[in-house]
Design a protein around this ligand. Structure first.
Ligand SMILES: [Zn+2]
Length: 470
């Protein structure tokens, strides 16, 4: 099967050129100026006036995550399909080692959930939830399965939380193998004190979730994580950065030449503390770290961090829960009625990352179109050992391709999105630019406003080490 994408502007992290793209089987087989070739194909896609970009990599998703007494409402089937609708053709999800379990038990469990269900290719990180001699040994076994990044938490005492000593031990193992430690950097111990004090004052609404999780505690934890990583000598990737204090820490470390990296998410670039207001409606916007006070300048700091490469990646932290009760999963966000600390943390977002960031970056003139491709595709591919198989449009790369119409408007709504949640964080927001056609390893999965792929099309990706290591 050969597909020819004609007359589009091909954009990668480094180039922007008018070119035709020939796809043969699962790979890109040719790139040439339009009509400077004699290629024939079984299928021709006219991309006149469109951008042709590499499929996005969303390196931070939580399909079916157990959290707070329920499960994230997107399965690997529904979540990866929604990702495809939005132009992401790879996800990296987080397998979870629960307390008392072996690390590889978590890996096997998540592989079981994903296998034969995914619409697009997928990789796994592993959450190290219980640091023991055995789980530290199993980090190296996981590396053999293509898991080259391990996530730890300075937040959520009693659930995912690890002490500084546990974190440091895992970092020492990572320093030996070259694995990247990913960190949820918030001081969960201090936050739990503030939560208890707020609840004791009767401050139970969702807004207080945002009020108690102070940005200074994200900055503090980020500083501590960097210091521990420096001492251990391992690469560190700070996930879902929301606070300018945290960004300043990463910026300083990078200026010193350390292997310190960070991502942010669309919600921290588009939404703010005010969204957590309006009574219990604010539960729709509860995630951690929380949405920040716009007047404090976090959003502008994050956008400028993306411009200067102090921030390298945009991922979604997709972890959806329904606002109203779910048919089979029961109560989700409403578990926290009367107590904000019981609201499951997480937002739906996997579908809208590419379009939101195009809008905020290119349409609103903050970043170049190449930088959009870089933060959404090329850099995540390199950061997690998948480049140039993923993250670019080049001969020999996987034919994960998105035909993007930069002039079409797209209004986001729960009534039209494909994520398995009953609300949208961006209800009614009209973006400039829309994903029109998506190929995943050469196979068309989205075209003419339809999903034409099948569950099980997606394959597991064994990943190499972080490709930025100095
Ligand atoms: Zn997460």
């Amino acid at each position: 099967m050969r597909t020819l994408i004609k007359n589009g502007t091909v954009v990668t992290a480094s180039e922007e050129t008018l070119a035709d793209v020939l796809v043969d089987g699962e790979k890109v087989a040719g790139l040439a100026a339009p009509d400077r070739h004699g290629w024939t194909a079984d299928k021709v896609i006219d991309a006149t006036g469109r951008l042709v970009v590499p499929g996005g990599l969303d390196v931070h998703t939580h399909m079916e995550l157990p959290f707070g007494g329920t499960f994230a409402s997107d399965s690997f089937e529904t979540g990866t399909r929604a990702a495809a609708w939005g132009g992401s053709t790879t996800i990296i999800d987080f397998a979870v080692q629960a307390k008392g379990q072996n690390l590889m038990d978590g890996f096997e469990a998540w592989m079981g959930k994903a296998e034969r269900n995914c619409a697009i290719d997928y990789g796994m990180h592993l959450i190290v939830g219980d640091v023991t001699d055995q789980s530290l040994k199993e980090m190296d076994i996981a590396m053999g399965e293509g898991v080259t990044s391990f996530k730890m938490f300075m937040a959520y005492p009693g659930v995912f939380y690890s002490t500084d000593g546990e974190i440091f031990r895992a970092m020492q193992v990572a320093a030996e193998s070259g694995a990247t430690i990913m960190m949820h950097a918030e001081n969960g111990i201090a936050i739990d004190v503030l939560i208890a004090q707020a609840l004791a004052r009767g401050e139970t609404d969702p807004i207080y979730h945002g009020v108690v999780r102070k940005s200074i505690l994200e900055g503090e934890a980020t500083h501590r994580a960097i210091a521990l990583a420096e001492l251990a000598g391992c690469p560190l990737y700070v996930v879902h950065m929301s606070a300018q204090e945290a960004l300043a820490e990463v910026t300083n470390a990078r200026d010193e030449g350390m292997d310190i990296f960070a991502e942010t998410c669309p919600q921290y670039l588009f939404l703010d503390l005010d969204d957590l207001g309006n009574g219990f409606e604010g539960a729709k916007f509860v995630c951690s770290p929380p949405l920040r006070d716009r007047s404090e300048g976090h959003q502008e700091a994050l956008w400028s961090g993306l411009a200067t490469n102090d921030l390298q990646v945009v991922s979604t932290d997709h972890c959806p829960f329904c606002f109203n009760d779910h048919a089979t999963l029961g109560r989700q966000k409403r578990l926290g009625e009367g107590d904000f600390s019981k609201i499951p943390n997480g937002l739906p977002g996997v579908e809208h990352r590419m379009e939101l960031i195009y809008h905020g970056a290119v349409a609103e003139d903050r970043l170049s179109v190449k930088r959009w491709v870089e933060v959404c595709a090329a850099t995540p591919a390199k950061m997690f050992g998948l480049y140039p198989q993923k993250g670019t449009v080049a001969v020999g790369s996987d034919a994960d391709l998105v035909v993007f119409n930069p002039n079409a408007p797209h209004t986001l709504s729960a009534s039209t999105h494909h994520m398995n949640t009953d609300y949208s964080c961006y209800e009614g927001l009209t973006l400039q630019g829309k994903v029109e056609t998506v190929l995943s390893r050469g196979k068309t999965v989205i075209e003419n406003d339809s999903y034409v792929g099948q569950k099980g099309d997606g394959k597991y990706l064994r990943r190499e080490l972080n490709q930025y290591l100095t």
